[in-house]
Design a protein around this ligand. Structure first.
Ligand code: AMP
Length: 613
């Protein structure tokens, strides 16, 4: 069924596409990619020139928002209204940023120091989430223009070291841009996927992802087994990147060509330094002009200038490897990410450190977005043979008698997973069994989230406790849960499918976990009371049944005492005192035990009467 949506602003009628897009929301540049004719493809600007959208947002005097290349010039002309590197602020409070404040040209609001930071642009304050949403809107627009259809679903990448607040902030930015963020993916995971790592489930691999961007460096060591990506270690420097290479060149020129650089032309000079750097990635000499002067830089001089900076990234790699407890020979592949990995010296030094040729065949600026598109395509169900890569965020289980949660798949289990457990009936002659499926960490199902329920019908009537009912949870890699119930004696079977993956937002999830920790003690007490009650009710039923079947062999006193103790137990079940219930159960058990033995002897004797051995 095709959906039609109407953009109220332009009154344009657009189809809605089912494509899930992959977005790399970067510090310096962002881009969007999707699966086009079976290939992950980054979307270009209208003129077909560039896939990168600079992560720059300008708010004009009349509050118009300008994003990307068009906002680049504003960095020079009105820096106080133009923000770059907003990713550095995501999920951060003023206190987190105080030390680095001087590095930003824009003003950071310091009113409420522990709340998430806001940025002043012109007369208005913006949260980093709002500003990131503007970048995401521009990317959404770009792909909608390409497809001539509305897109609403996305996968967005974040650095592996992002904490929950930063991930949540990224998700919120997506929401604000009108995107349903199906998954937040680690950038190194996406980069690996783009290189096909993890696609063949037979291979166990350890990869190093080396990511040197415009302003940040990070390295991640990933262990990929059976389609599961595990981050073994990350390291890096959040203020080391291509900008520092530019600065090294500029510092060199400032001593070499004294007097031509002033505070007024510094920004333009910086752009020239970047141009020289890019040129020297493919040539031995750079020649340019600045303020009427000829300017030059040789590759060998440039490499000496930047060697200490590259060495710092190698030191980070060594630290990450140490944390992961690995040595260079354990690494199967080194994947290069970020525009600055085009620098030949970077490739050389990283290859030398890891003792192998690095993987840099894909465009290092696009590789993360391309991997995000692969992940998106898997989520869309288009790559049946690829398995991804998750753990269940919350436990999954069923309701057992007394409203208790019985966990079948514990939280943080790697998916796909198949787990099962046996149950039985609690009432004689029971022919139906309701299976209610829940998600959450609390002991009582009423505090967890119900995912669905079904009734296993047609159990042959048997005494309570005799039927053997197997319940199986099969959670596949896309988060789809199938629950199967089967009575094994009769073969009666029933099954439902539940999509649990997107049912709970990360926020709800965090809340549910928090609640479960806060309430662990009271939950445990409640569980103990409920369990005692269930046991007591079973004993009461058995005692009544026993009296009815054995009246003839019991004395009047025994009958009365058993009735009295049963009544006493009954009254404790009405209350909430676990110890009283247990005491009353013990008394009844103690008293009826010898009677039960006598009844058994009697029954055997009757059965054997007249039979000769
Ligand atoms: P990213 O944050 O990954 O988009 O990286 C952008 C950085 O890559 C900027 O510092 C660019 O100057 C740098 N960059 C892009 N192309 C090249 C190149 N050919 N040689 C060296 N650095 C480059």
């Amino acid at each position: 069924m095709a959906r039609i949506s109407i953009n109220l602003k332009s009154a344009k009628v657009r189809k809605r596409s089912n494509i899930i897009i992959g977005i790399d929301l970067g510090t310096t540049n962002s881009l969007v990619a999707y699966m086009k004719d079976g290939q992950p493809t980054a979307v270009r600007s209208k003129d077909g020139q560039r896939t990168l959208v600079p992560s720059i947002v300008h708010i004009s005097e009349n509050n118009q928002v300008v994003v990307g290349d068009e906002a680049k010039n504003d960095l020079i002309h009105s820096p106080e209204r133009t923000i770059y590197s907003v990713k550095r602020l995501m999920g951060k409070s003023y206190t987190d940023l105080e030390e680095k404040k001087s590095m930003f040209a824009y003003e950071i609001l310091d009113e409420d120091e522990d709340k998430l930071v806001k940025v002043k642009l012109g007369m208005r304050y913006f949260s980093p989430i709002e500003l990131s949403a503007e970048i995401l809107k521009a990317l959404k627009q770009r792909i909608e223009d390409e497809l001539d259809a509305e897109v609403t679903k996305a996968v967005i990448t974040v650095p592996a070291y992002f904490n929950d607040t930063q991930r949540q902030a990224t998700r919120d930015a997506g929401k604000l841009a009108g995107l349903d963020v199906l998954r937040i993916v680690n950038e190194p995971t996406a980069a690996s996927l783009a290189y096909g790592v993890g696609v063949d489930r037979q291979l166990d691999e350890v990869v190093a992802v080396y990511d040197l961007g415009g302003g940040t460096f990070d390295v991640s060591i990933l262990d990929i087994q059976d389609g599961v990506f595990e981050v073994l270690a990350t390291n890096g420097d959040t203020f080391l990147g291509g900008d520092d290479l530019d600065k090294a060149i500029l510092d060199h020129w400032m001593t070499e060509y004294e007097g031509i650089f002033t505070s007024n032309n510094l920004q333009v000079a910086r752009l020239l330094a970047e141009e020289a750097k890019k040129h020297l990635s493919f040539n031995d000499t750079f020649k340019g002009a600045f303020e009427g002067h000829e300017i030059q830089l040789e590759r060998n001089i440039y490499e000496n200038l930047i060697r200490p900076l590259v060495q710092r990234t190698i030191d980070c790699c060594a630290n990450a490897m140490k944390d992961a407890g690995l040595s260079a020979k354990d690494i199967n592949k080194v994947i290069m990410v970020g525009g600055s990995t085009r620098v030949p010296l970077v490739q050389e030094m990283v290859s030398a450190y890891f003792g192998q040729q690095v993987s840099c065949e894909l465009d290092p600026d696009e590789v993360v977005a391309l991997g995000a598109a692969v992940q998106a395509d898997v989520l869309a169900g288009n790559q049946k043979d690829v398995l991804l890569i998750d753990v269940t965020p919350l436990s999954l289980g069923i309701e057992t008698i007394g409203g208790l949660m019985d966990t079948i798949i514990p939280r943080n289990s790697k998916v796909p997973i198949n787990a099962g457990r046996n149950y039985t009936t609690s009432v004689d002659g029971q022919t139906n069994l309701k299976v209610s499926v829940f998600q959450g960490e609390r002991d009582l199902v009423e505090h967890n989230r119900k995912l669905g329920e079904f009734i296993l019908k047609g159990i042959p009537p048997m005494p309570a406790g005799i039927p053997k009912i197997e319940i199986h949870f099969i959670l596949d890699a896309d988060g789809i849960l199938r629950v199967k119930a089967m009575e094994t004696r009769s073969g009666t079977e029933q099954e439902i499918e539940i999509r649990s993956q997107y049912g709970v937002s990360e926020e709800e999830m965090a809340l549910m976990l928090l609640e479960s920790i806060k309430n662990a003690e009271t939950d445990m007490k409640k569980r103990a009371v409920l369990e005692a009650k269930v046991e007591a009710k079973n004993i009461i039923l058995s005692a009544k049944k026993f009296l009815k079947q054995n009246l003839s062999i019991l004395t009047e006193e025994e009958i009365q005492n058993t009735k009295l103790l049963t009544l006493q137990l009954q009254s404790t079940v009405e209350g909430e005192d676990k110890d009283l219930i247990n005491q009353a159960m013990e008394q009844l058990n103690k008293y009826t035990n010898p009677l039960a033995h006598r009844a058994l002897d009697h029954n055997i004797a009757t059965a054997m009467k007249g039979k000769k051995l």
